[in-house]
Design a protein around this ligand. Structure first.
Ligand code: SF4
Length: 510
């Protein structure tokens, strides 16, 4: 037998010396669309034609959280929307006909995928140019995290191997072709360094602001350590340079050691201060797209209400990323990482509910997500986009390993990493999502959105494109439960109502 691992490892070292290899992000970064298939052709024992497979029937270990694996897509054979689409297309539809171009957070994108904001931590910053170039070439969104200017510089490099904020922004602006966008995050320490003001006033970036390709993201929190600020370790000289800006538990002027923990503040907020911060962003930076990232907090709905109020007042859409507790990080103490915050699925449930009431926002979900299956399911459950953090780093590292020889010159490694990022996000994730979305007869991402609740044998369901394999998950999202004894009555009534609605729409169109 051979195993196929899709999940990301809790603690990832990029598969050690042999380079990212096993998980979905590594496979699709190296092999693109092929990475969506179980056979691994570089090895005869696992190669196509020499193996047979079936769907996973066992859970990996004992999962701690309910997850998207508890949800499946349910295609239909007869009379699905594929019929209407075939008539429109004039040919038999395929997954390649699913249109993934849309807008997300004010940007036109080829696919609503976001490189999640990752800040100054060396594991992310060192390959961050690959991420920006990949997002630009793929036509999706690249978010740049906190503390980059203080740690590595605005334009002039403080460390030869660590890109500055400008290097990271240019990785996107110099490789984009009008699709996608770059978003710059600012936390408390960044605000003290005037990061947004510098970027907005930078003459080199004016044309990109004019073109609507740059956004600013306020940071409310992140999944891996909600309630805590950014954390890294730095060598002594850097710790001494930064000692006035951040908290160092060990004094670098007194104690000599190789690395020092650097802690940034989480920031303090009230409903009023958040309202004012967002209003100030809109007023001070009218050409910037307005984004907000938050973590798996208990007062998530209150935060969403504030964002929606500001967006409605300003007549704009604000983009919100919600990062579930499964989210990744370059550094966090184990306690906060393991014991704080709501699971991604609970945050997704908040998005499903919020979007019915708070309609001036675009919603992106994050938190340990890795595949096209995750992408298709979060779209069907109410999200507008998906953000990948750890998976993007794996994709860039795998790309560097797989394609370095295919590129020449100084930026060969960066080009190779960017190729891995595009392979993962477009060839891997987006194509797999297209396969699943077309299987339920949908050929446009907007069509995945939740419909008016459907009657289903005495209850209401939000969609029949997806069902739950777990009863609690079914209740969370208003889905049918695959093992409900009444399932076929429920499906029968819901499908009939859906058909009736589709025919009514088709009749109006004729
Ligand atoms: S690259 Fe993937 S398989 Fe390898 S250690 Fe990281 S998460 Fe695990």
């Amino acid at each position: 037998m051979f195993k196929v691992q899709d999940q990301l490892c809790t603690h990832c070292n990029f598969c050690g010396d042999r380079g990212p290899m096993l998980c979905y992000a590594a496979r699709t970064a190296r092999h693109g669309l092929e990475g969506n298939f179980p056979s691994q052709d570089e090895n005869l024992r696992t190669a196509f034609g020499h193996t047979q497979s079936a769907g996973e029937q066992f859970l990996p270990g004992v999962p701690r959280f309910k997850a998207l694996r508890d949800i499946v897509l349910i295609p239909e054979l007869l009379g699905s929307q594929r019929v209407a689409y075939r008539d429109k297309l004039g040919v038999e539809p395929l997954y390649i006909h699913v249109n993934t171009q849309t807008t997300l957070g004010g940007f036109m994108v080829n696919t609503p995928v976001v490189v999640a904001a990752m800040g100054s931590t060396p594991v992310a910053n060192s390959i961050s140019v690959d991420l920006g170039m990949g997002a630009a070439r793929g036509g999706f969104v690249y978010a740049i995290g906190e503390n980059v200017v203080n740690m590595w510089g605005y334009e002039e490099r403080i460390h030869p191997d660590q890109p500055t904020l400008k290097d990271r922004i240019r990785a996107f602006t110099r490789n984009q072709s009008g699709m996608g966008g770059v978003v710059v995050q600012q936390n408390v320490e960044d605000a003290r360094a005037g990061v947004w003001k510098r970027v907005y006033g930078d003459p080199e970036l004016k044309e990109y602001f004019d073109a609507g390709l740059i956004g600013f993201e306020a940071k409310g929190g992140q999944g891996a350590k909600p309630g805590m600020g950014g954390e890294v370790k730095v060598p002594r000289q850097q710790a001494q340079r930064l000692s006035g800006l951040y908290h160092f538990p060990v004094d670098p002027f007194v104690v000599e050691q190789s690395l020092y923990q650097r802690h940034s503040v989480p920031g303090t907020a009230t409903v009023e201060s958040l309202h004012k911060q967002l209003q100030d962003m809109v007023r001070q930076f009218p050409k910037a797209r307005i984004w907000f990232k938050t973590g798996p907090y208990g007062d998530l709905m209150a935060q969403i209400q504030v964002l929606d109020e500001v967006a409605a007042e300003a007549g704009i859409r604000i983009h919100l990323t919600v990062d579930g507790t499964e989210g990744g990080t370059g550094m966090s103490p184990l306690g906060p990482m393991n014991e704080m915050g709501l699971p991604m699925l609970s945050c997704l449930m908040a998005i499903q509910r919020a979007r019915k009431q708070y309609t001036h926002l675009d919603y992106t979900i994050a938190g340990g997500l890795v595949s096209g299956r995750d992408f298709a399911k979060v779209l069907c459950l109410g999200a507008d986009g998906i953000a990948f953090g750890k998976a993007m780093l794996v994709a860039a590292m795998a790309g560097r390993d797989q394609f370095a020889a295919d590129f020449a010159g100084e930026s060969a490694l960066v080009q190779a990493g960017a190729h891995g990022v595009v392979n993962f996000a477009l060839e891997g994730v987006t194509n797999e999502a297209r396969m699943l979305i077309s299987s339920v007869g949908k050929y446009d991402l907007a069509a995945c959105k939740l419909v008016e609740p459907l009657p289903a044998a005495g209850r209401k369901v939000s969609t029949i494109d997806v069902l739950a394999l777990d009863e609690q998950v079914a209740r969370m999202f208003g889905l049918l439960y695959a093992y409900d004894p009444q399932l076929w009555d429920q499906l029968g009534e819901a499908t009939a109502e859906l058909r009736r609605r589709q025919e009514a729409v088709a009749a109006v169109r004729v």
